[in-house]
Design a protein around this ligand. Structure first.
Ligand SMILES: [Zn+2]
Ligand SMILES: [Zn+2]
Length: 211
């Protein structure tokens, strides 16, 4: 799989805009999935253009949770390409202008090797991708407890790593992971970096991770 961070609180490239929020392109199993859409449609589309990601080439959109910094760019994206399937958690309603909207409550296999944890703690779902090294979790903010996210993801296989916002989850909750790319709203980023220097990967808009 390949993950390209499009939208993040920080950026690795001067030509991309940093802004509070998160979005990434996930390419896996022949699918191109836009994970979350950041807070602003204009920043999302401008960063996509600079990363040479054409909205028309996206097959599906996966929304982790209803917070504005993850859904704010959705309608602007759908104006560019409404011929997509949109996977939303149960608590997020009102997506218009998409080919198909699928609401997820419980854990679900979206495609061969691509899963949702289901909406955990009535707030958020994470995307799980099967790789040769194990399951890689893509998370929006990780509002549910990390233990809960990890146990839901481990239904699909041995969990290898996580990419995304980790909110206030304690570094100890990540001890069994081989790859930790903590982005966006991660409160204990410095502690994570310090405790797991070999497993820590710096995020930011423009970051590409291939596993
Ligand atoms: Zn967030
Ligand atoms: Zn959030």
């Amino acid at each position: 799989m390949k993950a390209t961070i499009i939208y993040d609180n920080t950026t690795l490239r001067k030509d991309l805009r940093a802004d509070w929020g998160f979005s990434a392109l996930i390419e896996a199993k022949g699918k191109r999935i836009l994970f979350d859409t950041g807070g602003s449609g204009s920043i999302l589309l401008s960063n996509m253009r600079k990363l040479e990601i054409a909205p028309k080439e996206i097959d599906e959109v996966f929304i982790s949770h209803a917070h504005f910094d993850h859904t704010g760019g959705l309608s602007a994206f759908l104006d560019q390409n409404h011929d997509v399937k949109v996977w939303v958690p149960h608590s997020f309603r009102g997506v218009k202008n998409a080919k198909e909207v699928i609401t997820i409550k419980n854990s679900l296999r979206l495609h061969e090797g691509i899963y949702s944890t289901g909406e955990l703690e009535e707030i958020e779902q994470s995307l799980c991708i099967e790789t040769q090294k194990g399951i890689v979790i893509i998370a929006g903010c990780s509002h549910p407890r990390m233990e809960h996210i990890l146990s839901a993801a481990s239904e699909f296989g041995n969990v290898y790593g996580i990419i995304g916002g980790l909110h206030g989850n304690r570094p100890e909750s990540l001890k069994n992971l081989e790859l930790i790319c903590s982005t966006h709203c991660t409160r204990y980023k410095h502690e994570i970096m310090f405790i797991y220097p070999e497993r820590y990967v710096e995020g930011g808009a423009g970051k590409v991770i291939e596993i």
